[in-house]
Design a protein around this ligand. Structure first.
Ligand code: AMP
Length: 224
């Protein structure tokens, strides 16, 4: 099963992606997570990416596209994968599509999580990351997933917040890229939506992202 997962930053797609990864035993590949691991590890890639990430800009395509296309060729992707955070603009969508065709990889689902921009911004500012798993749901603004004090509600790990999640200018930039239907992330979602209309082996699914975590999961699983 190969899945593209779209949703605005703050919509909870990382959390839902983790649930699908565990349920279907597929690789969950988060472009933002790869960059953050490289920043943590002090690699050249991390140093280059950080200056863009801190401002809420996209890391340039010439870095991101080969990195993600190579990632799909790794062993753990053989039984399926879920891409989260890539493609993020129309050029990335076109290059990914060409690469899938060249490698004879077939998409199974394209998922679009729908969420109002103001709600997404509020969620981003409230989210806290667990040191053990960034996708353990913790958000100081959502009662159902409020952390236990300063520790993760799932595993008790230490929590922190991402710098780019606390910077309103960076959040606004990330959302302007996401909601842009001409060249941005929604344009890339719609690029694949058009394909699903020509190829009925690929299914396009929309999800109401404003519901609570469990309801979104239930809707998602019922549509797969
Ligand atoms: P995310 O964790 O998905 O919010 O991504 C964090 C940051 O990583 C983004 O704001 C971008 O700077 C960078 N990034 C993640 N995915 C991509 C991508 N597909 N293309 C370019 N930059 C990306």
């Amino acid at each position: 099963m190969n899945i593209l997962f779209f949703g605005p930053n703050g919509s909870g797609k990382g959390t839902q992606g983790t649930i699908l990864k565990d349920k279907y035993n597929i690789a969950h590949i988060e472009s933002g997570g790869i960059f953050r691991d490289n920043i943590k590890g002090g690699t050249e890639l991390g140093k280059k990416a950080k200056e863009f990430i801190d401002k809420g800009d996209l890391v340039p395509d010439e870095i991101t596209i080969p990195m993600m296309i190579d990632r799909l060729k790794k062993d753990d992707c053989k039984d399926g994968w879920l891409l989260d955070g890539f493609p993020r603009n129309k050029v990335q969508a076109e290059k990914l599509h060409a690469s899938l065709e060249a490698e004879d990889m077939k998409l199974s689902y394209v998922i679009e999580m729908l969420l109002d921009r103001k709600i997404a911004k509020n969620r981003i500012m409230g989210r806290r990351l667990c040191e053990n798993n960034n996708n353990h749901p913790n958000n100081i603004f959502i009662d159902a997933i409020k952390p236990e004090g300063d520790t993760c509600r799932v595993c008790g790990g230490a929590l922190s917040s991402r710098d780019d999640d606390q910077d309103e200018t960076a959040i606004d930039k990330r959302h302007s890229i996401y909601y842009d239907t001409d060249t941005g992330t929604l344009a890339s979602a719609y690029y694949f939506k058009d394909l699903t209309q020509k190829d009925d082996s690929i299914k396009y699914i929309t999800l109401a992202g404003e519901k609570d975590l469990q309801s979104v999961t239930d809707e998602l699983i019922s549509k797969l």
